[in-house]
Design a protein around this ligand. Structure first.
Ligand SMILES: *Cc1c(COP(=O)(O)O)cnc(C)c1O
Length: 420
């Protein structure tokens, strides 16, 4: 499938007169459509709810849009809890799926009435002392071994720090019941960016069977199964899109095969999708500021890995459109780079593009999740602005770019000044 930019050159020029590049831009219409599709794909399950993984796109404007579409927030830290709260999301609309959790984070999560997802059995007593045990509580599972889909090993849960063993879950449930818990959820995240439609149904099968065993072993009421995140997106043009309707039906088949016959036909399904919800609906918009001709041809952008670190740290592919040259032939090969003093600061290596001139505006696709949010300040690079492209075609700055004042702001009460 040809990947197309949701932003035209004219729109990019208009925005950049007010908000200079680089900036991340998000497409409100696309975000709402994906949320509606997800809710429709799981509408067979009356208790279904998506808790958007805040770490993917931690901007309250985005969280608000998703909340209007019925999504809550999945948080892992106190700051993410504050972001959810700022967006008007609290109480049971927050899932707190943390690990290695500080006491004060648990206390804040309990104060907000969030649903707690325990990463470990030892956290039962830790939570009892730091916020107290709620009536409804979730436990995170680690099955150990390897996790495969067909012949493909997706991940190695036995090497992952997350979750607890089945025996530990049963013990934790018994202990939690003594401490007043009444309803339980179970959760696992066993793959990341899994594309194709098999991951969620396979995971759901595993968790549904676990839910039946835990109910039988402990007599506990399993109220929900949280499938967490991990559904992938088509970063490459040749990849198929995840079909959320096929995924929803795949989960439904497992539900009817495993839970319904066990008398557990009112278990709610929860998800904590991040990438699937937002990645395709964000782009990093950047201007070519230099061209360099040595052993390769280089395009130097005004953005760098501090704005989007996935290519640098994972070698991840992000598609690039040269705005205004959508239909030009791809008869040039470039390395597309940022200005960090690190040779891995390359958005693309030996990428076929049309002929590019200094001043051209590039859209780097699929940065709506784990894009801005993974940004950092290496080399004194300052994080970019975030812009919302609204349904009516107008735009709104939803986060300004950082300035040197922000960089200096944590040097409390020092004699250093940022002015020149
Ligand atoms: C990162 C994360 C998610 C979201 O993962 P995606 O790959 O963005 O869907 C959901 N739940 C937990 C606990 C996570 O750590």
């Amino acid at each position: 499938m040809k990947k197309t930019s949701f932003l035209s050159l004219e729109q990019a020029r208009e925005i950049s007169r007010e908000i200079p590049t680089p900036f991340h831009i998000y497409d409100e219409a696309g975000i709402r459509q994906t949320a509606r599709d997800l809710n429709r794909a799981f509408s067979w399950n009356p208790g279904f709810k998506e808790y958007f993984a805040v770490k993917a796109t931690p901007n309250p404007y985005i969280l608000q849009i998703l909340h209007q579409e019925g999504c809550g927030c999945d948080c892992a830290t106190a700051t993410e809890l504050l972001l959810a709260k700022a967006a008007g999301v609290d109480g049971e609309e927050i899932m707190f799926s943390s690990n290695d959790t500080p006491a004060e984070d648990y206390r804040l999560a309990r104060q907000l009435g969030a649903c707690i997802n325990l990463d470990d059995a030892t956290h039962v007593d830790f939570l009892a002392q730091n916020g107290g045990i709620p009536e409804t509580i979730c436990l995170r599972y680690n099955p150990g071994g390897s996790f495969s889909l067909g012949n493909t090993i997706m991940d190695m849960p036995r090497d992952a720090k997350f979750g607890m063993t089945e025996d530990q879950m049963a013990g934790a449930i018994a202990r939690l019941q003594k401490l007043g818990a009444k309803r339980f959820g179970i959760h696992a995240l066993l793959a990341s960016n899994a594309w194709g439609n098999e991951y969620y149904p396979e995971l759901a099968g595993n968790l549904f069977r676990l839910a039946v065993r835990l109910r039988n072993a402990t007599g506990a009421e399993i109220a929900f199964v949280n499938l967490s995140g991990g559904v992938g997106v088509d970063y490459r043009p040749e990849q198929p899109k995840s079909d959320i309707f096929a995924i929803g039906q795949g989960v439904r088949a497992q539900y009817e095969r495993i839970l319904v016959p066990a008398g557990m036909g009112n278990v709610a399904i929860y998800t904590e999708l991040g990438r699937f919800m937002l990645a395709p609906h964000g782009m990093l918009v950047s201007t070519v500021i230099h061209q360099k001709h040595i052993y390769r041809e280089y395009l130097g952008l005004d953005a760098c890995a501090a704005d989007l670190m996935r290519p640098a740290i994972y070698g991840a592919y992000h598609h690039i459109t040269v705005l205004g040259k959508e239909d030009a032939i791809l008869d040039h090969v470039y390395d597309v780079v940022g200005g960090l003093c690190e040779n891995n600061d390359k958005f693309a290596i030996e990428r076929s593009l049309p002929q590019v001139e200094i001043g051209d505006i590039l859209a780097i696709h699929d940065t709506g999740a784990h894009g801005y949010s993974m940004g950092y300040n290496y080399n004194g690079k300052l994080r970019s602005a975030e812009v919302l492209l609204k349904i009516d075609g107008s735009f709104q700055k939803i986060r300004r770019a950082e300035t040197p004042r922000d960089y200096f702001a944590t040097l409390d009460e020092t004699p250093f000044h940022f002015d020149v």
